[in-house]
Design a binder for this molecule. Structure first.
Ligand code: HEC
Length: 205
């Protein structure tokens, strides 16, 4: 048989051309699939209905009474006693004490500063805008300076009277970093300010 080379070449270039255009000139259509087995899984997808289980779901609940690896449930209830207990039993992990305050500052500005203010005095933009019902507590008052770190950790984790819990937004290590930032930067700055005000008063007396 005599092979017709021009036609073979033509078919070959057509094939190459098609593979560059995705075989479908209309960009609004998805084109053709080759070997789609790996695109469309034969296994059940996580949220797909599944006749093999009695509840009809693919994703199954964890066995009752178990927790996932590395997940330690928070054990202090959202009560005054719970807070006091956390205040006695929880302390800043030692490996975090010397860390750079940048991370704590960043997390503070994102999650706390909006209400408590960048300087911690309780006048964040949300409060100043008049859209927040009460004045957020000052975090740099004498009471706060004396508040045990574990109690502040507790407040961030479970919330307070109207302040919401932040456990799902801020991971544990970052909660401690925020506390360190409040203690080592905001409270110190305010103490300096109060001391200098006191000395100005003395001078003018
Ligand atoms: C949406 C506003 C809002 C945000 C965000 C917020 N707080 Fe508060 N916070 C409040 C208000 C209002 C109070 C005072 C009323 C109360 O105790 O719920 C308060 C109270 C507190 C108290 C004192 C609780 C006590 O025992 O008197 C601490 C400590 C505190 N906040 C820390 C934080 C930290 C740290 C963050 C960031 C992780 C934060 N807050 C984020 C509104 C907020």
């Amino acid at each position: 048989m005599k092979i017709n080379f021009p036609i073979v070449y033509f078919a070959f270039f057509l094939l190459i051309g098609y593979s560059f255009t995705g075989c479908e000139p209309d960009r609004k259509k998805p084109g053709y699939d080759y070997f789609p087995d790996m695109v469309y899984s034969k296994a059940y997808e996580t949220y797909q209905a599944n006749p093999n289980y009695s509840d009809g779901k693919t994703v199954q609940n964890p066995v009752e009474g178990t927790i996932s690896r590395e997940m330690i449930p928070y054990q202090y209830p959202k009560t005054e006693e719970g807070m006091k207990k956390a205040g006695i039993e929880l302390t800043i992990p030692k490996n975090l004490v010397e860390v750079n305050p940048e991370r704590g500052k960043r997390e503070y500005e994102i999650f706390c500063g909006i209400c408590h203010g960048s300087d911690g005095k309780g006048e964040g933009i949300l409060y100043k805008s008049g859209k927040y019902p009460t004045e957020p507590a000052s975090l740099v008052s004498q009471d706060m300076i004396e508040k045990p770190d574990g109690e502040v950790f507790h407040v961030i984790t479970v919330g307070s009277a109207i302040m919401q819990a932040h456990a799902s937004q801020i991971k544990e290590e970052d909660r401690w970093k925020i506390i360190l930032y409040i203690k080592n930067v905001l409270q110190k700055d305010n103490k300096k300010r109060l001391d200098s005000l006191a000395s100005v008063k003395k001078v003018t007396k």
